[in-house]
Design a protein around this ligand. Structure first.
Ligand SMILES: Cc1cc2nc3c(=O)[nH]c(=O)nc-3n(C[C@H](O)[C@H](O)[C@H](O)COP(=O)(O)OP(=O)(O)OC[C@H]3O[C@@H](n4cnc5c(N)ncnc54)[C@H](O)[C@@H]3O)c2cc1C
Length: 454
């Protein structure tokens, strides 16, 4: 590299790529698949040794439905991944039509296969550290692996880190949390329990009067203090008995997992008192407090819920459950007004009718939000992936340009995948045509997505 900022570099490997994707998570692996499918020489950098990020390592399963008919969805790779998972019996559709149930361990395999089959290059165990920026262009990325710093070069960079680490390092304006206090939504540490007698759990739920019990093999159970239901009474008793704390029962949700008989995946515990998800002490807090809460929840399940008597803790997520952190303030900032107006855009690259869903911080009922009626949705314009500062940078996933409230709707996996796909297609196009991302008309990306999703 001509102008190198790091004096203690041991090795400099000068890879040349059309597109480099930072972060192989929910959005990033789709971005890389899209770019390589478009013929771009693509490098995907991921700090873990698997793809899928929050969806796999974070054990966030199932995918919530975006609430629109499949034919209206713009991401063709989302459809491809779901189809492949269904064929492999690592995915499933529930009786209500949500085909987003999946096995998070096997998604690691499926995502990697789809990317590698297309000839993408992958660097695991590799962390993005910094950018080298000249004249509004990222000239190189500084990465770290196995004890050495290296530089890699790509014509177009896609930031799918969840935390907008590349954009932030490149000086793009970013926000974190709500717009006043800059506090983040509640975080969780998910876990899975094995050897559960799922029909036994279902019988117990029916007996206590839970109104909606899914048919085996599907299981979904939940309880929160402010919307009590029969299961909440059992939580109340466990708090009185000193088995659980009040915080342990604040948000409880669990699902069965396709392809993993007898396994239940927990969308909890929600960790109290974590308001800054960019703070390493907070991440440590999620891991330490989270495990203590998991331990209590597991004791509770064995003692109070039938079907868990002979179970064991199968795994604790290796990726913390962070719903939001830093997000860019790009060419267009998606807001709750767009949500309320069911906004449509010429350069739309994603659509969703997923509700505003803010955990822990704000009571959504107090917000001026109009719930979606059947058939309604809003769109995300391509400009939410584009910064005003850097000519060769795109962003995908939960850190796209949006307000705190709008992010809580667009952060679900299906939407993250669509933004990743749009970024991948756009990056390949810009690299091929030799134009900046700001020069690209988002309508072209939309057209390409529409063409492929039919
Ligand atoms: C607890 C919880 C429950 C949720 N529930 C649901 C749900 O039920 N259904 C649903 O659809 N969605 C749900 N979501 C939302 C959804 O799962 C996430 O918003 C989405 O997965 C985020 O995707 P992403 O690609 O932006 O980030 P991630 O999937 O987190 O990917 C980011 C990737 O970047 C990598 N990375 C970060 N920094 C670096 C670096 N410096 N160098 C290299 N790699 C890096 C990470 O390792 C990771 O792989 C939930 C989220 C959470 C946390």
């Amino acid at each position: 590299m001509e102008k190198y900022l790091y004096s203690n570099i041991c090795e400099i490997s000068e890879y040349q790529y059309d597109v480099i994707v930072v972060g192989g998570g929910t959005a990033g692996c789709i971005a890389a698949i899209a770019a390589v499918t478009e013929g771009a020489r693509t490098l995907l950098i991921e700090k873990n040794i698997f793809l899928g990020g929050t969806a796999t390592g974070g054990q966030v399963t199932p995918m919530m439905s975006p609430g629109i008919p499949e034919e209206a969805e713009l991401s063709y790779i989302n459809k491809l991944v779901k189809k492949r998972l269904l064929e492999q019996q690592y995915g499933a559709a529930d009786p209500y039509g949500n085909d987003g149930w999946f096995n998070p361990e096997m998604l690691k395999f499926t995502a990697e296969d789809i990317y590698m089959e297309r000839g993408g290059r992958l660097l695991y165990d590799t962390q993005f550290i910094d950018v080298i920026v000249e004249n509004s262009t990222i000239k190189g990325l500084v990465i770290y692996n196995k004890g050495s710093l290296q530089a890699v070069k790509g014509k177009v960079i896609i930031d799918c880190s969840g935390d907008a680490v590349v954009a932030h390092s490149a000086g793009v304006p970013c926000l974190t949390g709500d717009e006043i206090m800059h506090q983040n939504q509640a975080s969780s540490l998910r876990f899975m329990v094995g050897n559960v007698d799922i029909p036994g759990v279902q019988e117990h739920m029916k007996r206590i009067g839970e109104p909606m019990v899914l048919e085996y093999p599907f299981l979904e159970i939940s309880s929160v203090w402010d919307s009590p239901r029969p299961l909440t009474g059992i939580f109340q008793k466990a708090v009185e008995d000193g088995v659980l704390t009040y915080d342990d029962g604040r948000y409880f949700q669990a699902f069965s997992v396709p392809g993993m008989p007898g396994v239940v995946s927990f969308n909890c515990p929600e960790i109290p008192g974590i308001y800054n998800t960019l703070d390493p002490d907070s991440i440590t807090g999620i891991a330490v407090t989270g495990k203590k809460m998991i331990s209590r929840l597991y004791t509770f399940l064995k003692k109070y819920i039938e079907g868990f008597k002979n179970s064991y803790i199968l795994s604790v997520a290796s990726v913390p459950g962070i719903r939001e952190s830093r997000r860019i303030q790009g060419k267009y900032v998606l807001t709750e007004e767009d949500y309320n107006n069911r906004a449509k855009f010429d350069d739309a690259i994603a659509r969703t009718a997923y509700p505003v869903d803010i955990h822990g911080l704000i009571d959504e009922k107090k917000l001026d939000i109009r719930p979606f009626q059947k058939g309604e949705y809003f769109e995300i314009p391509f400009r939410c992936l584009v910064t005003g500062e850097i000519d060769n940078l795109l962003v995908g996933g939960r850190c796209i340009s949006s307000s705190f409230v709008a992010q809580s709707s667009v952060r679900i996996q299906a939407t993250c995948r669509a933004t990743g796909e749009a970024a991948g297609i756009a990056a390949a196009y810009c690299s091929k045509e030799g134009i900046t991302v700001g020069e690209l008309d988002g309508k072209i990306v939309r057209e390409k997505m529409l063409e492929k999703s039919l």
